[in-house]
Design a protein around this ligand. Structure first.
Ligand code: SAM
Ligand code: DTB
Ligand code: SF4
Length: 333
């Protein structure tokens, strides 16, 4: 029987999630060891190419125009500045470059044409190019694929049940539709969520069930710990205890054995030993660089030290899709 399943039941996932912590980590480690190179961690770099002023009401987000968070609004960056940032990220060891825009959805306008240019240019650096731009139609996903986009990030964020407490300006089904449009265009899917938004264990479990029971597992599953930002409705949220993050990572690893599980926002509050346990539990990717989109992240040097101490090795680009390497450079201009 294939180890890739799409028919998980809530009871099965509950049992995994509530396993005593060390036994859970042991099981996840063994799944990880079977399917990935142990100790290899992908370094991804994030750049906010269009910041703030977003029309949505995502309760966690510092970039929503309606909350007063002090984030400065910036129009879409110039392509050449984006390429310079990507080159710097590559020089620092990153093999994936993710461009984020504070948009509800992509519109068919000149800004989108510019993003398509950015994708083409960053692709020439031999990095896995990723975008997170909000909702996409099938046509827009195809245009991004044609420009050489490797991956698209669009998070389900939480369970279908808890979603309405967090976002009212677009539905859970809208999210799933975008994921399906991305998949149909042949782009690698990156989708995960956030813990620490007042959800119950069953919401975390439900979110993992949604992701793992998609027709294909997302190739990348970011697990973010809420970064509470002053001015947002979730500013006073209680910090997620670290063992709950480990549980979430381990359960994702067991359910989606071949996916990259990304230890995403929230690393600044974690010690090296806490992060080590996340890597033991199956996390094999991080965002590096001292800023995520708008909030702080560990400094380059402290991550370098962590890689040295734990003996981690950065994962090269396109290991999982060698046919995509430089695909665009062989096409006529
Ligand atoms: N606007 C696009 C969208 O919503 O899809 C792309 C950018 S959005 C900032 C990307 C993801 O960042 C969100 O789906 C959410 O999971 C994560 N995120 C945003 N603010 C966060 C926060 N304060 N803490 C943790 N994760 C956050
Ligand atoms: C994801 O799941 N986490 C990243 C990336 N995808 C785009 C974003 C985290 C953003 C944290 C809040 C901020 O820095 O604005
Ligand atoms: Fe806008 Fe994305 Fe932030 Fe929601 S998460 S407010 S859509 S930038």
């Amino acid at each position: 029987m294939s180890d890739v399943r799409h028919n998980w039941t809530i009871e099965e996932i509950r049992t995994i999630y509530h396993t005593p912590l060390l036994s859970l980590v042991l099981e996840a480690s063994s799944v990880h060891n079977k399917n990935h190179k142990f100790g290899e961690v992908q370094i991804s770099s994030l750049l906010s190419i269009k910041t703030g002023g977003c029309s949505e009401d995502c309760a966690y987000c510092p970039q929503a125009a309606r909350y007063h968070t002090g984030v400065q609004v910036h129009a879409l960056m110039k392509t050449e500045d984006v390429v310079t940032a990507a080159q710097n990220a590559k020089d620092g060891g990153a093999s994936r470059f993710c461009m984020g825009a504070a948009w509800r959805e992509v519109r068919d306008n000149r800004d989108f044409d510019r993003v398509l240019d950015m994708v083409k240019e960053v692709n020439k650096l031999d990095m896995e190019v990723c975008c997170t731009l909000g909702m996409l139609t099938g046509d827009q996903a195809q245009k991004l694929a044609d420009a050489g986009l490797y991956a698209y990030n669009h998070n389900v964020d939480t369970s279908a049940e808890h979603y309405e407490q967090i976002i009212t300006t677009r539905t859970y089904d809208d999210r799933l539709q975008t994921l399906s449009n991305v998949r149909k265009a042949g782009i690698s899917v990156c989708s995960g969520g956030i813990i620490g938004m007042g959800e119950k264990d069953d919401d975390r479990i439900g979110m993992l069930m949604t992701l793992a029971n998609l027709p294909e597992h997302p190739e990348s599953v970011p697990i973010n710990v809420l970064v509470p930002v002053e001015g947002t409705p979730l500013a006073d949220s209680k910090r997620v205890p670290f063992d709950e993050l480990v549980r979430m990572i381990a359960t994702a690893r067991i359910m989606m054995p071949h996916s990259a599980v990304r230890l995403s926002a929230g690393r600044l509050e974690l010690s090296i030993s806490e992060q080590a346990m996340c890597f033991m539990a199956g996390a094999n990717s991080i965002f590096a660089g001292d800023k995520l989109l708008t909030t702080p992240n560990p400094e380059f040097n402290s991550d370098k030290e962590m890689f040295n101490i734990l003996g981690l090795t950065p994962k090269a680009a396109f290991v999982d899709a060698p046919h995509k390497k430089n695909a665009m450079q062989h096409e006529p201009a």
